[in-house]
Design a protein. Structure first.
Length: 191
């Protein structure tokens, strides 16, 4: 019991608390994010992730990974390079507080049903939780653009995205191209 508690405390110390983050400051800092990620983090572009409603810890860690070179992208690392820890925490808290909007995508019901079955088979809700709202450093994937989900799952499968401690890389190895498409259809219409 004591070892478990010490381990939990040690893990907690590795991750920043967003309790001191300032979402209003984050709103001001997020103004430069609007051209790509949309107003309040609701991206209208299929390949740009919706940040609204994303867990604060996940957003913070992704910004940190971009800044430190653990996650690649043609543009974001150069933007993240100029962000302080406080900036990243403020942005993360701001986006977490925003309400995700619905995408215009309409899932194919057959693919969505197959995607739902696949989530049960590979136990997606163990990490992403029921409703796929995410938790802590696990992202919200409910309502995410299907094209973005497909791109990320393919990157995990190809091992070109590796900033996940291996969990998604392992899961993605079990997914076929059709599984990935089905999952994207299922997740896209969840809110």
């Amino acid at each position: 019991m004591i070892l478990t508690l010490l381990f939990a405390c040690a893990l907690y110390a590795l991750f920043p608390s967003v309790a001191g983050a300032d979402p209003e400051a984050g709103r001001r800092k997020a103004e430069s994010c609007v051209p790509c990620h949309g107003v309040a983090g609701n991206s209208g572009s299929a390949l740009v992730p919706i940040l609204a409603g994303q867990t604060a810890r996940y957003t913070y860690l992704q910004l940190k990974d971009f800044k430190e070179g653990r996650r690649q992208h043609p543009v974001i690392p150069s933007i993240a390079a100029n962000l302080s820890r406080e900036d990243m925490l403020d942005l993360a808290e701001y986006f977490a507080a925003q309400k995700p909007g619905a995408t215009s995508f309409r899932a194919d019901p057959v693919k969505a049903a197959a995607g739902s079955a696949k989530t049960k088979e590979v136990l997606c809700t163990m990490c992403h939780l029921g409703g796929f709202a995410g938790q802590n450093e696990i992202p919200r994937v409910a309502g995410q653009h299907p094209e973005y989900v497909i791109k990320q799952l393919k990157a995990f499968k190809a091992r070109s995205r590796t900033n996940d401690a291996g969990t998604m890389t392992s899961v993605a190895q079990t997914l076929s191209e059709q599984d990935i498409e089905n999952l994207a259809h299922y997740l896209a219409n969840l809110n």
